[in-house]
Design a protein around this ligand. Structure first.
Ligand SMILES: *[C@@H]1O[C@H](CO)[C@@H](O)[C@H](O)[C@H]1NC(C)=O
Ligand SMILES: *[C@@H]1O[C@H](CO)[C@@H](O)[C@H](O)[C@H]1NC(C)=O
Ligand SMILES: *[C@@H]1O[C@H](CO)[C@@H](O)[C@H](O)[C@H]1NC(C)=O
Ligand SMILES: *[C@@H]1O[C@H](CO)[C@@H](O)[C@H](O)[C@H]1NC(C)=O
Ligand SMILES: *[C@@H]1O[C@H](CO)[C@@H](O)[C@H](O)[C@H]1NC(C)=O
Ligand SMILES: *[C@@H]1O[C@H](CO)[C@@H](O)[C@H](O)[C@H]1NC(C)=O
Ligand SMILES: *[C@@H]1O[C@H](CO)[C@@H](O)[C@H](O)[C@H]1NC(C)=O
Ligand SMILES: *[C@@H]1O[C@H](CO)[C@@H](O)[C@H](O)[C@H]1NC(C)=O
Ligand SMILES: *[C@@H]1O[C@H](CO)[C@@H](O)[C@H](O)[C@H]1NC(C)=O
Length: 885
């Protein structure tokens, strides 16, 4: 295995080098957001690849730096996880949704739904009443369709691609299993639509592989056809595909390489996952036999999920080793599990599966009408082809010397798909490689017509094949009806007898849609003079393998149309009679809804007046994307709730703890303490019982209530903590201000300040000191359990007042000229000492500059004193501010 892998990896490097020359961006690198992506959607894993200018095809690594990501969504009450993180929640398998592929587009009564239910008993599947399909149901509010969940996965995959490409990505090519029918394809398209991922194409995974193979072997492709078989065994299914490579001449660009899908055989349920389930079952049996506990391990979902995980590991290891010790710690009731499993045992468990290995090969050959001799090579694809027994059986079945292992078995589909994405995107110039897809399930039109036979009118049932099995697509087909009256026709799958009984039952309804045409008769009657050439229904199997009824045309040459000026209203009347209605079974198989009369006039004129042209749009009005966005919004709400929940939990924990700390105990009376503790424990109990289902609002209210309850206690503790520092600062400021008052600066000779100014400061100092002495004394008398008298905010406002007063004077001293008593007086006509000084802090922070900078100015004054003053001022200010801050 290891050797194989490294060989594949080398091939990959080579591929990438070759690609540099294959993919040439047509848009300059600076033009951002031209990157495109592919998603290879398997049943268990997805691989995402990107192309962007300067970066040829590359697998986008996921958040764990892995090249593949499990298709899994975990939707818990409060979070949404994807990929490995989602699977990590083995603890609660009922919130983890995976293996969605097998449920897409299936009605509830589909046997595949029953199989799913058996495999994942932890999930509760209910019927979607409007469509007959299934919904995962965890509760009334938590119901998800497989399409929605896949939509989430696709949106996540786009996120991975964007992170890797470092730019936004909209366009994608998504792979689907070749055996996906119309309903299944539409389900994937719907999922993509919900995720706002623009699907350039749904590509069959086998075609993507074949394209990847062909692109790197261009030079080996010539006009001689080469037939290659790809044998792809993945996790959920197995496909054999016969592809013919050759160059073909095209009108526009000469000779070009082409691949054509010639034959397809598949087994919808043969794959690695089934092998893992067998191993899981085996391990469960071994554990029960060990009788470590009385319980049956099969009845415990969590233990079974652990066993499945171990079975996966076991399968991988047994591919390279003859035996292995399976082990799970604390599997059930804390009992560990350990048991040896040999490869021979594994092969016995899966014997019937290995017998099915040649089936797809035979089916592919018969659908291609080829024999094995015509196949040059059989190439292995898909992780499960690593199982030695699979290779052994296959080799024998195909009778070749060896099986081709020269393709990256895991990533070829993602790489082929991203090549196609680049080819379809206008941003890249890609060397063309023609792809001719093939219809796997034939499609036919059925209707009843009246016939005249031996003079009497009889009803005849007609069947006409529109797309045969293996008919190439994309392709349009026009079917002409010769009805002259209103009628209906059915679009159905054709002969599917090549499917086994089981596949047929999984396939579901064979009817795609019923189309009802009305207004045909009246139109015909109205213009009996016109030449009638029937009604054309034009069908299109588009690039995604989705069947569309493009339009229905009434071929009647109206006389008025031949004249230069025709009567629009006349034309309108004629056409509006023709109404096309598609009626589709409720599970949206085929066409989704009732057809709509399109706007007609523009189109008629556009189309050179071809009569009765009617565009049919059978678009389902899709309400689901809204729901997906709702889910994203809900995620945000849940995060909000989570935050509140955490805050409440933290509050409870912290406060309960604090109630036993000395600091807190000191400030509460026994009674208050009891009350708080009782409430805390009450809310704690409520949290344990109802808290996890409580709304954000309820949680917030509880938190608000508790905060209010404890507010006074917290306040007392906070205040006491602040006292020492605050009082020291105030004291120091009082000292500095007093020192300032008594300094040389204010001595008689050199008066800068007025008496009023100095008195004001003195008064403030006195008052502050008195206040401090009194309040501290009062506080000392009062009990710590009462609301404090000495408040930190009061201390702050006291020192702010001092600060303001001193700063005012310092400012004045720093500008001797402007600070003449006269000016100062003029500035305060009311003698209101605080008027001019009110903006204290802002002023004082500029103060230092002002004091240092005007040196020159003071020098000009010629005063020695000036210099000294400035120095002193600056120094004082420095000390002073140092204390405040
Ligand atoms: C094919 O038709 C489906 C259904 O109308 C549409 O959603 C899809 O985009 C089409 N795909 C391509 C590649 O044209
Ligand atoms: C086409 O290529 C194959 C080898 O890939 C070679 O055997 C064959 O002769 C070539 N045929 C033509 C017509 O060049
Ligand atoms: C169409 O039907 C008319 C009678 O309804 C008949 O005369 C005519 O031959 C039919 N044409 C074809 C092509 O079947
Ligand atoms: C399915 O198609 C067949 C054949 O056209 C028709 O007889 C039958 O009524 C259709 N069933 C439904 C449910 O439309
Ligand atoms: C209707 O179909 C017939 C046969 O395919 C074709 O000859 C004719 O041109 C079509 N008419 C229109 C209006 O498309
Ligand atoms: C898709 O995922 C992105 C994050 O990668 C998120 O912002 C966006 O809302 C999601 N879209 C939907 C429809 O959930
Ligand atoms: C400030 O207090 C001292 C004594 O503590 C007193 O002499 C002085 O007059 C007081 N000054 C003012 C303005 O109240
Ligand atoms: C306040 O108390 C201190 C010492 O406790 C004392 O020096 C000061 O003069 C007092 N102040 C007043 C205004 O009483
Ligand atoms: C001084 O001004 C302040 C604010 O402008 C004012 O509240 C106060 O009453 C004034 N005092 C005098 C004595 O005018």
């Amino acid at each position: 295995i290891h050797k194989q892998q490294s060989c594949w990896q080398n091939t990959q490097v080579l591929f990438e080098l070759m690609l540099m020359s294959l993919l040439v961006p047509t848009i300059a690198q600076s033009d951002s957001s031209v990157a495109v992506m592919s998603v290879d959607l398997g049943s268990e894993w997805m691989k995402v690849a990107i192309v962007k200018p300067g970066v040829p095809m590359e697998i986008a690594l996921n958040k764990e730096s892995r090249r593949k990501t499990p298709i899994a969504v975990c939707l818990k009450e409060n979070e949404r996880l994807f990929g490995d993180s989602a699977l990590g929640s083995v603890k609660n398998p009922k919130f983890v949704y995976r293996h969605l592929q097998s449920l897409l587009g299936k009605k509830h009564d589909n046997p595949q739904v029953a199989v799913y239910q058996k495999r994942f008993p932890e999930h509760h599947l209910v019927t979607d009443e409007s469509r007959g399909t299934v919904l995962f149901s965890n509760s009334e509010e938590m119901q998800y369709s497989p399409e929605e969940l896949l939509g989430m996965v696709l949106n996540y995959s786009r996120g991975l691609a964007q992170d890797f490409a470092e730019q936004p990505i909209k366009d994608a090519v998504i792979t689907v299993p070749v055996f996906f029918n119309q309903a299944e394809r539409r389900a994937v398209l719907q999922a993509a639509q919900m995720a706002s991922v623009k699907v350039l194409q749904l590509i069959n995974d086998n075609t993507a592989v074949a394209l990847n193979y062909g692109v790197f072997r261009r030079k080996d492709i010539n006009s001689t056809a080469q037939n290659i078989m790809f044998y792809d065994m993945g996790s959920g299914s197995t496909t054999a595909t016969i592809v013919t490579y050759q160059t073909v001449k095209t009108e526009e660009s000469g000779s070009q390489p082409q691949l054509q899908i010639r034959g397809v055989g598949f087994d919808r349920s043969l794959g690695g996952f089934e092998m893992e389930l067998r191993l899981q079952d085996h391990l469960a049996k071994l554990f029960n036999e060990q009788k470590k506990t009385k319980k049956d391990v099969r009845e415990n979902h969590r233990a079974m999920a652990k066993l499945l995980k171990e079975a996966q590991r076991l399968k991988t290891v047994l591919s390279a080793n003859a035996e292995f010790m399976a082990q799970v710690e604390g599997l059930l009731d804390d009992m560990d599990f350990k048991a040896k499993v040999t490869r021979v045992e594994f092969e016995t468990l899966c014997a019937d599966l290995f017998e099915r290995v040649p089936g797809p090969v035979q089916d592919a050959l018969s659908s291609a009408e080829m024999s094995l001799d015509e196949i040059e090579q059989v190439i292995l694809v898909g992780g499960s082809t690593r199982v030695p027994k699979v290779q052994e059986v296959l080799l024998k079945a195909v009778g070749k010397e060896e099986l081709g292992k020269n393709l990256n078995a895991d990533e070829a589909a993602a790489m082929g798909a991203v090549y196609q994405a680049a080819a379809l995107s206008k941003a890249f110039k890609v060397q063309p490689f023609l792809v001719r897809e093939a219809t796997v399930f034939p499609i036919q039109v059925e209707f009843t017509s009246e016939m005249e036979e031996d003079g009497s009118r009889i009803l005849k049932h007609n069947k006409h094949i529109l797309f045969q099995r293996m008919a190439p697509y994309p392709q349009s087909k026009v079917f002409t009806f010769n009805h002259t009256d209103d009628f209906a026709f059915n679009i159905n799958y054709g002969d599917l007898s090549f499917l086994g009984q089981e596949d047929l039952s999984v396939f579901g309804s064979l009817n795609l849609t019923t189309v009802q045409l009305s207004g045909v008769g009246s139109s015909f009657q109205k213009h009996t003079d016109a030449e009638y050439k029937g009604i054309n229904a034009s069908f299109n199997m588009n690039e995604s393998g989705v069947l569309l009824l493009d339009r229905v045309t009434l071929n009647q040459s109206l006389p008025c149309l031949n004249s230069v000026s025709f009567d629009l209203s006349e034309l309108g009347n004629t056409i509006s009679n023709l109404v096309v209605t598609c009626q589709t079974p409720s599970d949206f198989r085929g066409f989704e809804s009732v057809g709509v009369m399109a706007k007609l006039f523009d189109r008629l004129i556009d189309r050179g007046l071809s009569p009765g042209y009617l565009q049919i749009r059978c678009n389902n009005v899709c309400f689901l994307p809204v729901r997906l966005q709702d889910l994203t919004d809900r995620d945000l709400k849940k995060q909000e709730r989570e935050k509140t929940l955490n805050s409440l939990e933290a509050f409870l924990f912290d406060t309960q703890d604090k109630m036993y700390q000395e600091e807190y105990q000191a400030v509460v009376l026994e009674e208050e303490k009891e009350t708080i503790l009782a409430k805390l424990s009450q809310v704690s109990t409520w949290m344990d019982e109802d808290g996890y289902s409580a709304s954000t609002k309820e949680l917030r209210e509880k938190l608000r209530y508790l905060r209010k309850l404890c507010r006074d206690m917290f306040f007392r503790v906070e205040e006491r903590r602040k006292w020492p520092g605050h009082l020291a600062t105030l004291e120091s400021m009082l000292n500095r201000s007093s020192f300032f008052l008594s300094s040389k600066l204010v001595s008689e000779d050199d008066r800068i300040f007025t008496d009023v100014e100095l008195k004001t400061l003195e008064k403030v100092i006195n008052e502050t000191s008195t206040w401090k002495n009194n309040t501290v004394a009062e506080q000392e008398k009062s009990s710590p359990t009462e609301q404090p008298v000495l408040l930190s905010k009061d201390i702050e406002s006291k020192w702010a007042l001092l600060d303001r007063e001193v700063n005012y004077l310092l400012n004045k001293a720093a500008k001797p000229k402007a600070a003449k008593p006269k000016t100062a007086k003029a500035a305060k006509p009311n003698n209101n000492s605080t008027t001019e000084r009110s903006s204290s802090k802002a002023n004082s922070s500029k103060m230092e500059e002002k004091v240092i900078l005007p040196k020159e100015e003071t020098k000009d004054e010629g005063g020695k004193v000036g210099k000294t003053n400035t120095f002193l001022l600056w120094n004082m200010c420095f000390i002073y501010r140092g204390h405040v801050q």
